[in-house]
Design a protein around this ligand. Structure first.
Ligand SMILES: [Zn+2]
Length: 164
């Protein structure tokens, strides 16, 4: 299982980033060059039994903010339209969906969310934060639309240049 363990102090930083105590966090999937968590890995079932499909969760406040700006600019609708027209992109996005499910299953099977990933995958884009978190966690070449969003925000936010 490719989950990086939590380091001492991580949960405190994550609580500060989210503005609330984190729930179900089992590891850190991506870190800033400064060491602070950017993306957390969350259990597919929370302690109270709630199914939680979003296994990669973007916690970096700077990234959350700039990705929110992309969402406000209408990028999700444009991407969803392209998915309907571009077979190659649609196939790559389908593979991203399957990758997401496969990696989440490493943390346990949850029947209520079987086959359901997050962010609108595999046919729509409903949350860019989910796609960016996936790309940051697994690296380029897996989630094409997460990769695109990361490229768009790179002038103001990137994981290899600390803006924490
Ligand atoms: Zn940093």
């Amino acid at each position: 299982m490719s989950v990086e363990a939590l380091r001492p102090g991580d949960l405190e930083v994550i609580a500060e980033q989210l503005g609330r105590p984190p729930r179900g966090v089992v590891g850190v999937a991506a870190r800033c060059v400064c060491g602070r968590p950017l993306v957390v890995r969350t259990a597919p079932r929370l302690e109270d039994g709630t199914p939680f499909p979003t296994t990669y969760y973007l916690t970096s406040p700077g990234a959350v903010r700039v990705v929110g700006t992309l969402e406000a600019e209408g990028l999700m609708r444009q991407m969803t339209e392209r998915l309907a027209e571009d077979e190659e992109l649609a196939a790559a996005y389908q593979r991203a969906h399957e990758d997401y499910l496969r990696r989440r299953a490493e943390l346990g099977e949850v029947p209520e969310i079987e086959g359901i990933s997050a962010g609108g995958m595999p046919t729509r884009v409903k949350c860019l934060h989910v796609l960016v978190a996936h790309s940051l966690a697994v690296g380029p070449g897996v989630n094409p639309l997460g990769d695109e969003a990361l490229a768009l925000i790179a002038p103001v936010w990137r994981p290899d240049r600390c803006t924490c």
